[in-house]
Design a binder for this molecule. Structure first.
Ligand code: GTP
Ligand code: MG
Length: 253
């Protein structure tokens, strides 16, 4: 077969297997650390269950993804995952799914790896979101996941620190209700209600208009100006209040 013929066949197969996010849909992508259970335990030497430096690297990575060529409206991070809401009219790469997944996973992996000088890898999936309600449902769902996992992680590591084996701790947690878990932590001197909110609810990142004070060397006077800045909300509300918060920043009626 000639190379010209091979090229035509290859291009045809490439084009026919291409998938797109259909017009009129918002795009949500979710990136997740690959094998971070092992990585966080064995290579990064982190505080357990939550580590401030790891969390800062996750928020910095989320913030970085606002700058890589997609119109990101809202970012949310908890544990080793990042979700991004992308504008309904985004047309970069003609909305090719493989481009979103590969570019964002590549950017996140590279950026995060630099924070720890370790090879760290993220996967990425893309979801079409046809309406506003689904946006709100999606982010409430990820926040609920954050809360559930955070409570279990506290129980797990509290038991490990108190000489339970990993097997014993996992088996015990599996059978416990949420209030049992709170009670268990209380017995070991931890009041789950008083822990930092970012550990339970994750962090939201979005562009916000802020007033900045500047000094003009020509007039020797201070003046105020408005500027768009990426803001990290570390005290996110929950459930219905989270929906209202999202509606407000996304200007959903
Ligand atoms: N020590 C520590 N671990 C963390 C922190 N945040 C997330 N992790 C760990 O990251 C892991 C994330 O879990 P998963 O994404 O479900 O599992 P995974 O091992 O990454 O596996 P895949 O995502 O399927 O590749 C959990 O084991 C968490 O304990 C942190 O602040 N400190
Ligand atoms: Mg993971």
């Amino acid at each position: 077969m000639k190379f010209e013929e091979i090229e035509i066949l290859m291009r045809k197969n490439e084009i026919l297997s291409e998938q797109y996010i259909l017009p009129g849909n918002f795009i949500i992508v979710r990136l997740d650390g690959k094998g971070f259970t092992k990585l966080t335990k064995e290579k990064l030497n982190l505080e357990k269950p939550f580590d401030e430096r790891f969390h800062q690297a996750m928020t910095a990575t989320t913030q970085h993804l606002f700058t890589v060529g997609f119109r990101v409206l809202y970012g949310y991070t908890q544990s080793d995952e990042i979700s991004l809401l992308i504008h309904r009219d985004e047309n970069t790469f003609s909305r090719k799914i493989r481009k979103f997944n590969s570019v964002l996973a590549g950017e996140a992996s590279a950026f995060f790896s630099l924070q720890f000088q370790q090879l760290c890898v993220f996967d990425c999936r893309t979801i079409a979101i046809p309406n506003h309600d689904m946006i709100l449902d999606y982010f409430c769902w990820r926040q609920e996941d954050s809360h559930r996992n955070s409570l279990s992680a506290y129980c797990y590591w509290t038991m490990i620190k108190n000489n339970f084996t990993a097997k014993q701790a996992t088996a015990k947690i599996e059978k416990m209700s949420q209030s049992d878990k709170n009670e268990l932590l209380f017995q070991f001197g931890i009041n789950y209600n008083n822990l930092p909110l970012w550990q339970k609810r994750g962090v939201g990142i979005y562009s916000k208009v802020v007033t900045k004070e500047g000094f003009n060397p020509l007039t020797q006077m201070t003046s105020q100006c408005l500027r768009n800045e990426l803001y990290h909300e570390k005290d996110l509300p929950i459930r219905e209040d989270y929906r209202l918060f999202l509606k407000d920043i996304l200007k959903i009626k």
